[in-house]
Write a protein that binds this ligand. Structure first.
Ligand SMILES: C[S@@+](CC[C@H](N)C(=O)[O-])C[C@H]1O[C@@H](n2cnc3c(N)ncnc32)[C@H](O)[C@@H]1O
Length: 228
């Protein structure tokens, strides 16, 4: 059982700052599993694709190039402004940016054929509630591809990371939970979904100036779900 810290109140400000001042270069590197995610989602794509969160839009660009249409959602207005500039620069027209929260998405049931949810669930205290909401907006047979941070991710040992539970820390006011395989299964086995695939990926990233100023190693669990 993870103890939920009660003193985190400024995660939104941290996200906003990371996209602030009209920054056109998002600090978030393009994720190395987006191509595989797109293949897995396209294999069953019927309706439009939802990306939540989209952050500064780095993953939105390859998604839009590979799908018929992408609706990209983030809670941060600064992220959406950065994403809008990135999409315009890339000449991407088949996308729509929408401000929203993954816990209460502004869409009717079964709006989308598939969803990419990258680098969000492991920041949430109750990821199963977010998964339930993602399942609500996906049509039956539709797919959700998501990642959860793994226990070998080096960011848990960041100099500024403050442990708040056995497998969780807070870094710059943002909550990070690190999952082992059993915790992943416990989290993603939610009512209304079938687990189609579970995988793991490890990769290195260069420093993100002003946020994480040193090379670091990532480890994520990759999850592919199908709405029953
Ligand atoms: C690490 S970034 C990942 C962004 C994007 N997936 C990427 O790979 O570039 C996390 C993003 O989640 C957004 N976010 C945090 N909590 C959210 C929520 N409850 N609903 C929607 N977006 C949220 C933040 O604003 C931030 O842009």
């Amino acid at each position: 059982m993870t103890t939920i810290p009660t003193d985190i109140h400024d995660a939104d400000a941290t996200w906003d700052r990371s996209y602030a001042d009209g920054a056109d270069a998002s600090i978030w590197a393009e994720l190395p599993f987006v191509g595989d995610a797109l293949d897995a989602l396209r294999a069953r794509e019927r309706g439009p694709l939802l990306e939540v969160p989209c952050g500064g839009g780095r993953n939105t660009i390859p998604l839009a190039r590979g799908a018929s249409f992408v609706t990209a959602v983030d809670r941060s207005a600064a992220a959406l402004a950065t994403a809008a500039r990135a999409l315009a620069r890339a000449g991407v027209a088949n996308s729509l940016l929408v401000r929203g929260d993954v816990h209460a998405l502004p869409f009717p049931d079964a709006t989308f054929g598939s969803v990419l949810c990258a680098d969000l669930l492991a920041h949430l205290h109750r990821p199963q509630e977010a998964l339930a909401e993602l399942l609500r907006v996906v049509e039956p047979g539709g797919r959700i591809y998501a990642n959860l941070f793994g226990t070998e991710d080096s960011t848990r040992h960041d100099p500024g990371a403050r442990p708040v539970a056995d497998q969780a820390c807070v870094f710059r006011d943002v909550y990070f939970r690190y999952y082992d395989a059993a915790a992943v299964r416990e989290t993603v086995c939610v009512p209304g979904a079938r687990v189609l695939a579970l995988d793991e990926l490890r990769w290195s990233e260069d420093p993100h100036p002003g946020y994480r100023d040193y090379p670091h190693a990532h480890h994520s669990h990759l999850v592919l779900l199908e709405r029953i």
